[in-house]
Design a protein. Structure first.
Length: 56
């Protein structure tokens, strides 16, 4: 596993996580559908990170 690839996964996850929290607390208004889609993307990234950690 490339450290750069893992780092980019972590950065994407952190950015998406912050965006979801801002939307949930009302700082970034949006629709429920958008929030749910972003949560699915966040979960997919989390799963990929988990699998990469277990491959190492």
């Amino acid at each position: 596993m490339s450290d750069n690839y893992f780092s980019s996964l972590m950065e994407k996850y952190e950015e998406l996580d912050k965006q979801v929290y801002r939307m949930e607390d009302g700082s970034e208004p949006t629709s429920d559908e958008v929030v749910e889609q972003l949560k699915k993307e966040r979960l997919a990234l989390k799963d990929e990170i988990f699998h990469k950690l277990h491959e190492a």
